[in-house]
Structures are given as C-alpha cells and as structure tokens.
Design a protein around this ligand. Structure first.
Ligand code: NAD
Ligand code: DAU
Length: 334
C-alpha cells in the first residue's frame, strides 16, 4: 500500500509509522508534517533513511502542498495532523480551527480529487464530552467541551459529509487517552515523569478525581491498522484501553514506579470546562474487526516510565525550548 500519513512527526503518528513498517515492510509511507512545536523529526530517527519512507515538511491547510503530494497517487491517507492539547486550545483556539477543521477539509478535498481509496480520520473520544456513568457508543450525540474537542467534532462531521455527498471512503476512529514513547511533555503522563525525574512539583488540576481511560499507543496503532484495512466506509469506530483511573491514582502510580514521594503533588487551579470522565464502549471494533487491546497499565506503564528515564536528552531538549514559556504561562514557573 502507498500511504500518506499526516502529522507523522508527532507522538501517535511517529509510533504508527514505526508500527506500520514492522507489520508491512513493503509499504510506502510518506509523512506530511508542518513540524509545529509538537512535531519532532527525532521521533523518527531510526526510520528516516529507510526504503519506502519519505518526509515532506508542509501544512495540511495548504491546498497546493496537499495536491502536489496526492497527485502522485496514494491508496490511503491517515490524518493525524492536529493541534492536540486541550490547555493550548483554551489559551488560543485559532490554530485548532485552522488545522483540525480547515486542514481536514483540505485533506478530504485532495483525497476526493485524486481518488484516494481509504481515508482514515484519527479523532478522539473527547467529541462526546463528559459522562458520569455508563459508556458512549458511536451513536451517541457529539457534545464537546473545549475548543480542541469542538474542532475535532467539526472535522468528524465534515468527514461524514464528504462520505455522504461525494462517496469518499472515509472511516473515523475515536480513541481514549494514549501513553507511550515520544509523547510531548505537555501531556499528563510525560509531564509527571519528566517533572518527577527532576524533583519538580507535579501540578494536578482541581481535586484530581477526573477520570480518563488509558490506552498504550501500540494498541491504538493496531486498531488504526485494522480500521484502515478492514473498516467500513462511512463508519465511526471507538477505541478504548479499558483502563480507567482517576488522575490522582495514576499520578501516585507513576511516582511509586519512579520511587518519588507523593509530596511532589501540588493541586492547582482547575482547567475550565474540565471534562470529569471520558468513557466509551468499543464493542463495535471488537465485534466487526476482531481488535482488542493487548496491554494493561500494569504491563505498559513501567515500560513507559523506563523509556522516558532512558531518553532524558529527548525530553530535556524539548523542555529547554518554547516549552519553558508555555510552562511558565500555564503553571507560573513551578
Ligand atoms: P501531537 O501534538 O503529538 O502531534 C501532532 C502532529 O501534527 C505534530 O507532528 C505536528 O507538527 C503536526 N501538525 C500540526 N499542525 C499541522 C499542520 N497544519 N499540517 C501538518 N502537520 C501538522 O498529537 P498526537 O497526540 O500524536 O495526536 C495525533 C492525533 O490523534 C490528533 O489528531 C489527535 O486529535 C488524535 N488523538 C490523540 C489522542 C492522545 O491521547 N494523544 C487520543 C485520541 C486521538
Ligand atoms: O481522550 C483523548 C484525548 O486525550 C486526546 O484527544 C487529546 O489530544 C489528549 O491531549 C488527551 O486529552 P486530555 O486533556 O485528557 O489529556 P492531558 O494529558 O492534557 O490531561 C489528562 C488529565 O490530566 C486531564 O483530566 C487533565 C489532567 N491534568 C493534565 C495536565 C497536563 C492535570 O491534572 N495536570 C496537568 O498538568
């Protein structure tokens, strides 16, 4: 298969490209990424010279760039490219509308014009909003809370409209919170590990009782592969790790794995419109495509901690750049 991956220099995209080459060594994969603050070619160092891989620095909102690539003829597109951090969308929503909504529409239009056979939109469980009890299915209404999740919900609707209007073979996945190697340290898990490694305080929003379902990134990549190859066009597939935890319990687990004291924890002002709980039912992908997660938190979290401790230069390099300004703005330099 000849595949165009967008946002492949980010966390999940880089893990996906690595996973795809392990599973399908003969595939060709082009990676279109604008290298935003979250894009990092270090994430693909082991792959950059591999036969079948190519990188294009470019923006998915730019029609000429997207056309220039897609006219070469691609079987599939996997659209990861996004502004992905809820807190940054609260500081400034504009780039989220540009990339997540407008950029997705540009990719859809390019795919339509150039006859792409499989278009996979990588969306999020956040589009359903928060849920006290029970689980959202693919039929649940969209009720996003943050500018980030609103921009992703808008993109999902545009994808479905391209399927209905133009017959574009689009599939959408909505996954829960990922963890694993190469995650940008603005997100909870790499932020906790990298702060704790340097005995810095760990900021917990609100009362720490917000709950998330955690999935190891490799399980997500395997689910994306299944949807790309076997998913039905026009369908949405939820993807979950089945590992739900309150944030405070998760942070205490990470500190225990690292042998660091809980006294590092500091409760800080809550995130506005902070979703209390994400919970989705992923029975559809299990029934239709035979996918289920293989990793538990017990199995994969220790390996994740080990990866960050062994790759200090990777996150220290990130933290010494633009990140410092962001961190001070968010957390007051703690
Ligand atoms: P990330 O922020 O680590 O990576 C995003 C990548 O997109 C970066 O490499 C960045 O340079 C690139 N990018 C941003 N704007 C671009 C543009 N206009 N043109 C081209 N490239 C651009 O994000 P992530 O955590 O890897 O998430 C990837 C996708 O998965 C996103 O669409 C996100 O909504 C979705 N998702 C993430 C999670 C999660 O837990 N991280 C869960 C479910 C879904
Ligand atoms: O559910 C999927 C989503 O998961 C993805 O669509 C997003 O791209 C991804 O960023 C993630 O969103 P969250 O907002 O859930 O992830 P984050 O790591 O930012 O926060 C996880 C939880 O931890 C959330 O309840 C907020 C809390 N938190 C986060 C940070 C960064 C803290 O308490 N302190 C922090 O410093």
């Amino acid at each position: 298969m000849k595949l165009l991956v967008t946002g492949g220099a980010g966390f999940i995209g880089s893990n996906f490209i690595r996973y795809i080459f392990q599973q399908h060594p003969d595939w060709q994969v082009a990676n279109l990424d604008r290298l935003s603050y979250a894009g990092n070619l270090e994430n693909l160092k082991d792959i950059e010279k591999r036969t079948g891989y190519s990188f294009v620095k470019g923006d998915i909102t730019d029609r000429a760039t997207v056309d220039g690539i897609l006219k070469e003829g691609y079987d599939g597109v996997v659209n990861f490219a996004a502004e992905s951090h809820v807190d940054r969308s609260i500081l400034d929503a504009s780039p989220f509308v540009d990339t997540n909504f407008k950029g997705t529409q540009v990719m859809l239009e390019g795919a339509r014009e150039h006859g792409v056979k499989r278009f996979l939109q990588v969306s999020t469980d956040e589009v359903y909003g928060s849920r006290g009890e029970g689980y959202f299915t693919e039929e649940s209404p969209l009720d996003p809370s943050s500018p980030y999740s609103a921009s992703k919900a808008a993109a999902d609707l545009m994808c479905l409209a391209y399927h209905k209007t133009h017959g574009l073979p689009v599939m959408i996945t909505r996954c829960t919170n990922n963890y694993g190697p190469y995650q940008f340290p603005e997100k909870l898990i790499p932020l906790v590990i990298s702060n704790a490694a340097e005995d810095m305080t760990i900021p917990i929003y609100g009362d720490g009782q917000n709950r998330r379902d955690w999935i190891y990134v490799e399980d997500h990549c395997r689910a994306l592969e299944a949807v790309l190859l076997k998913g039905r066009a026009g369908q949405v597939y939820n993807i979950a790790g089945g590992q739900e935890k309150p944030n405070l319990d998760l942070v205490k687990l990470l500190l225990k794995l690292m042998g660091k004291p809980e006294s590092l924890i500091t409760f800080v002002k809550d995130r506005p419109a902070h979703d209390r709980r994400y919970a989705i039912d992923c029975g559809k992908i299990e029934r239709e495509l035979g996918w289920k997660p293989l990793y538990t938190i017990e199995k994969a979290m220790a390996a994740t901690v080990d990866w960050y401790l062994a790759n200090g230069p990777w996150w220290r390099n990130i933290k010494s750049g633009e990140y410092q300004e962001y961190y001070t703005r968010m957390y007051g330099g703690r």
